[in-house]
Design a protein around this ligand. Structure first.
Ligand SMILES: NC(=O)c1ccc[n+]([C@@H]2O[C@H](COP(=O)([O-])OP(=O)(O)OC[C@H]3O[C@@H](n4cnc5c(N)ncnc54)[C@H](O)[C@@H]3O)[C@@H](O)[C@H]2O)c1
Length: 217
C-alpha cells in the first residue's frame, strides 16, 4: 500500500515509517528536515507542512498518517491547520483506506501548553468530521492520542532527574511509551482495523485517569 506520513525524520513519525517499511509498504515522508531513513521503498520530500504552494503532488494515497507537530511553535498553524490542509489534499478521496491523526492525551485533559492543547482538541473534532465524510468510501479515520512518549521533543524533561521523578509520579504505569510502541498502535489502527472509526484513542499509561479518591476514614 502507498502510505503518506508527515514528520518522518525523527521521533514517532520515523518509528511509524520504519514499521510500515518493515512490512514492505511503499512509504512517502514529508518533513522540514532532511531524511534520516534510507530504504528503497521510502521517498522523502523536504517541505514544511505549512508551505501549501510547494507540497508535492502525490496521487492515490491508501493510508495517510498526520504526525508532524510541535509544541510552542505556531501550534495551531502546524498541528491543526496544516493537518487539515494535508488531509483534504491527500486523504479525502474515493480510494483512501484509512487516515490516522496523531493527536495528544492533552486534547482530552486540557493539560500542557494552551495553544498546544487547543490545537490537539481541534484535531479531535476534525477526526470525527473526516470519519463521517470518508465512511462512504469504506475508509476509517481515527486519532491516536499519546501521553508521554520517549522522543527528542521531550528531551528537556527526560534528561532532568527531578522533573522525571515528578512525571513518573503522575503516571500510574510508571513509564512512558517508546516510539515503536506508538508505531504498533498506528499500524493496527490503519491496516488491521476496519470497523473502528471517528474515535480518539488515548494511550497514556493511565495519566489521564489519575485521580485521588477523597473519603472519610
Ligand atoms: N512525544 C510525545 O510525548 C507526544 C505526546 C503526544 C503527542 N505527540 C505528538 O506526536 C507527534 C510527533 O511528536 P514527536 O514527539 O515525534 O516530535 P519530534 O519533534 O521528535 O518529531 C516531529 C517531526 O515532525 C517534523 N515537523 C515538525 N514541524 C514540521 C513542519 N511544520 N513541517 C514539516 N515537518 C515538521 C520535525 O522535523 C520532526 O521530524 C506530534 O504531533 C506531537 O504533538 C507527541
Amino acid at each position: 500500500m502507498k502510505v503518506l506520513i508527515t514528520g518522518t525524520t525523527q521521533g514517532i513519525g520515523k518509528a511509524i515509517a520504519e514499521r510500515f517499511l518493515q512490512e514492505q509498504h511503499t512509504v512517502i515522508g514529508i518533513d522540514r528536515q532532511e531524511a534520516s531513513i534510507c530504504d528503497s521503498n521510502y521517498t522523502h520530500f523536504r517541505c514544511d507542512v505549512r508551505d501549501y504552494e510547494n507540497l508535492p503532488d502525490i496521487n492515490d494515497v491508501d493510508i495517510l498518517i498526520n504526525n508532524a507537530g510541535t509544541q510552542n511553535e505556531a501550534d495551531i498553524d502546524i498541528n491543526l491547520k496544516a493537518l487539515i490542509h494535508i488531509t483534504e489534499k491527500y486523504g479525502v478521496h474515493q480510494n483512501i483506506r484509512s487516515i490516522l491523526n496523531i493527536g495528544s492525551a492533552s486534547a482530552h485533559t486540557g493539560a500542557e501548553f494552551p495553544e498546544y492543547c487547543a490545537s490537539k482538541g481541534g484535531v479531535l473534532a476534525y477526526t470525527k468530521n473526516v470519519a463521517m465524510r470518508v465512511a462512504q468510501y469504506g475508509a476509517t479515520c481515527n486519532s491516536l492520542d499519546p501521553g508521554g512518549v520517549l522522543t527528542p521533543l521531550n528531551e528537556c524533561v527526560m534528561n532532568d532527574p527531578k522533573l522525571w521523578a515528578q512525571i513518573m509520579n503522575e503516571t500510574p504505569l510508571k513509564k512512558w511509551a517508546t516510539p515503536k510502541e506508538i508505531a504498533d498502535w498506528a499500524y493496527f489502527l490503519t491496516v488491521v482495523n476496519t470497523f473502528c472509526t471517528g474515535q480518539c484513542i488515548v494511550v497514556d499509561g493511565g495519566e489521564s485517569i489519575n485521580y485521588n479518591f477523597v473519603w472519610k476514614e
